[in-house]
Ligand binder design. Structure first.
Ligand SMILES: [Fe+2]
Length: 334
């Protein structure tokens, strides 16, 4: 087990002299970034901790706004609440509740043994500027070449009770997980570890089952383990297996996510899932650029027809507007 303790980050926004471009909200070692971006997890620093927008009382107000949205990104709403600690392999998110109970649970989070997820926080006007500034700092690191890969950005705030674990799972997003309050340890299994993260699991994850990732306790000694505290965080590449455990305080953390176009990841895995079900042994993404491109483009074309028939936009207007705002900001920085 490789354990790493992250040194404290820069001064939080509320304590720094200014939040100018010279003091990035999110930062990391440039060589680590260059070598490992969207490939292996690594440590980052941030300055969101200490900002009043991340105090519990403000998060209760935010939860109330999010649960009353008429046009959420997610079909069942943008706020989720789960009480009790699920084990690895439990269908946790499926039993979570996208309901008004979210704001009450945040108020009682110390004793609730709960997990709250507030999605697309950046759509709230009070949070928009600071979160888009944080995303811009990450884009400064990635460089202009990432622009054509981005479907949309999102930020998610997690509020969880002391001592609580989040079971093993994989995610679709390329994420920066930033710890704002409390300590949290995170155990990673990079997607290059095919024993821990087999292609068949990833295909099922993208095609049919959000919780297809299976924790393998016998591989725990292969985990990369990071200890996060306020002002620190980790980069989580697409499809990295991970599970988390809080320390003895309430935990407030935030994901800044890049969601890539479907043709680059999801559609290739979906095509492979279909091929495998028909007896083929498809090439995993990343090994053959031509095959990846053909699968990604073909599946995207099918999906576009389906979306058109169902009058479902590929990108909501609110996401297009945000992309335009952020990329405009980057024109002066790239
Ligand atoms: Fe996750």
């Amino acid at each position: 087990m490789a354990t790493s303790s992250i040194a404290n980050g820069n001064l939080p926004v509320s304590q720094s002299a200014s939040s100018s471009a010279s003091a990035p909200l999110v930062s990391c070692d440039e060589r680590l970034f260059r070598d490992n971006f969207n490939r292996l997890p690594f440590e980052v620093a941030h300055r969101f901790n200490g900002h009043p927008l991340f105090e519990l009382s403000r998060l209760v107000e935010l939860a109330q706004e999010i649960t009353s949205r008429n046009d959420p990104h997610r079909p069942h709403g943008d706020a989720y609440c789960l009480i009790g600690t699920p084990g690895h392999g439990d269908k946790a998110l499926e039993t979570s509740k996208p309901i008004r109970q979210v704001s009450e649970t945040i108020e009682q989070i110390e004793k609730a043994n709960g997990w709250i997820m507030l999605n697309h926080v950046e759509r709230n006007p009070a949070y928009q500027k600071i979160l888009e500034d944080g995303i811009a700092d990450v884009l400064q690191l990635t460089g202009r070449q990432v622009k054509n890969k981005i479907k949309w950005f999102e930020s998610i705030i997690f509020v969880t009770s002391p001592g609580r674990s989040t079971p093993y799972h994989v995610d679709r997003e390329c994420a920066w997980l930033l710890q704002i309050r409390g300590d949290k340890e995170i155990h990673f299994f990079p997607r290059s570890n095919k024993q821990a993260v087999p292609d068949e699991e990833l295909e099922r994850f993208w095609a049919v089952d959000n919780q297809a990732g299976v924790y393998k306790p016998e591989l725990e000694d292969q985990a990369m383990v990071f200890m996060m505290k306020p002002g620190t965080g980790t980069h989580i590449p697409v499809n990295t297996g991970h599970w988390l455990k809080n320390g003895s305080d309430i935990s407030i953390s935030m994901n800044l996510n890049f969601v890539f176009h479907d043709r680059l990841w999801g559609n290739i895995y979906k095509a492979n899932h279909m091929l495998r079900q028909r007896g083929f042994h498809p090439t995993p993404p990343g090994q053959n650029t031509v095959k990846d491109t053909v699968k990604g483009v073909a599946w995207s074309a099918l999906r576009r027809v389906n979306d058109t028939l169902k009058k479902r936009p590929y990108q909501p207007d609110v996401a297009k507007e945000q992309n335009a705002r952020i990329f405009k900001q980057m024109e002066g920085r790239w």
